[in-house]
Design a protein around this ligand. Sequence first.
Ligand code: B12
Ligand code: SF4
Length: 494
Amino acid sequence: MKILLINPITRLNNYVSNLPLGIAYVAASLRQEGHDVRIFDLDAHKYGKEDVRKTLEKCDYDVLGMTGIITSFQQQRWIIDEAKRVNPATPVILGGVGVSSIPELFFQQTKVDVVVCGEGDIAIREVLARLSDKKGLADVPGIHYRQGGGVVKNPPRSVVRDPDTLPFPAWDLLPIEKYLCRPSPAWHKKNMTFLTARGCPYQCTFCQPTGGHLYRYRSIDNVIAEMKKAMGLYHYGHALLSDECWPIRRDRCFEFCEKVKPLNIEWSCTGRANLMDEPLVEAMADSGCVMVGMGYESASHIILKNIKKSQTAEHERKAIRLLQKYGIVPSTSYIAGLPGETPATLRETVDFIEDLDVPIFDFFFATPYPGTALYDYAVTRGKITDPLPLVESYEEMASNLLVNVTDMSDEELIRIKREAEVELREVYRRRHPLYFHLERLKGFYERLLARWRSGSLPKVFLHRLGRFLRKWGIADSDRLLRSGEYSWLSDKRV
Ligand code: B12
Ligand code: SF4
């Protein structure tokens, strides 16, 4: 069959985000079955509505498949409407971590035919086999589908137990050069993304691991074989391991370090404060690790306990010090407004960050995503009554307060978070003026380089020029603005 797979936009700025491994795995699995697969990558090209319309009209396909995380809801709804307008009889199949948590809402709000919940590698093959044989979908686990006037919900599917059995992602179906040039922690080096395992056994209440809570890992030989194959094809210099949590199995981590070293690349991974110890960090540094991303969320004992983080501020402090000792950059992220947050608990976190004296951190608002315990908590407390407006408002960086699950007023929570961010920036700038400005310069250089390499620099330039001209009331600026903006956002952003 001819399958068109769509990857919606994840970052609405001009950045290319991470290699979309989910859709690349699904594509590889379909190709292995002999299907003719294409990926229409809106995110990499930042295609707008007009491009989508034209493609749906011109492209010859038997089935449309689409991925997305929870923030893609509005785009996916629009694309399904368009697809059904252009080809009403062509089946639309949705998958990905977003739709998996709200299948009912998609059936209510769109004309989607099939929703695959959870891992799609095998499920999509079975769905296509039934569709091509014109058999019903009743015996395909892990899907919801329309039948007659209703929606049938099949029992859940068991996860792929041995990820080594899966083919490597179909990189060649993506505009891979664009992904290779996204900024990487290794400055100008080309960046490639890999997934060495699926799932995460931890139970943090705000998170819904894509692969569920059953941790399944690839053999290191299989991972290294994939890395070598990609190296032969794309000559990358930095590898990002975007597992939900890389250091779950210590023995495996040491084996990885030993076997990745001869590749002579730099690499980064996700980490966890309570799992980092000196021998491991030393081995990581020795084999080329340059950055570890870790969710710290808070430094308050009360908050860490409330969110079942299974780590303490002491773990957090120790992990940072260890990484710093071995020259690995710790990239930590924090969340303000988790259950139990008060001005005092946020103060603890701010004091902790100031004490650590680290430059890089993300600070989000606690955002309940469907499928998480935090979401259920917010529903139970009457903070979410209708999921639709909330799902429609999820945004790129969780930088606005959408649901307040604390006992503080919205105004107070917004104010203390803003004050915390300003204070942290100021303290860091005062302590390390040179480094602060160098970091900013480095960020600017990386963005410039990434945009130059991906060919989006002229677009950005035109958009900025348009904004400048419009500010000064100079005619024709709107045309310039449009030429630099994608139509998804033009109403909202410009
Ligand atoms: C890379 C990444 C990003 C990238 C890009 C996202 C992307 N397009 O992949 C960036 C850095 C931009 C990002 C940002 C954010 N992210 Co993020 N990110 C990830 C990460 C680390 C890896 C994604 C991945 O490659 N997974 C591996 C693949 C194999 O899994 P998969 O994509 O789910 O695909 C499988 C199935 O879902 C299914 N499937 C997928 N597509 C399709 C399509 C079809 C047709 C079918 C049948 C099946 C199918 O089959 C696939 C193979 O089994 C995950 C955590 C993780 N390790 O999964 C979080 C994760 C996806 N992110 C998450 C969140 C919350 C965010 C942010 C909101 C964070 C924030 N506070 O700012 C932002 C939002 C960005 C935005 N504007 O949308 C959540 C999503 C929760 C949700 N319910 O949607 C995750 C799951 C982390 C978590 N555990 O909470 N993220
Ligand atoms: S936040 Fe990280 S450690 Fe916690 S459940 Fe999610 S992926 Fe696992």
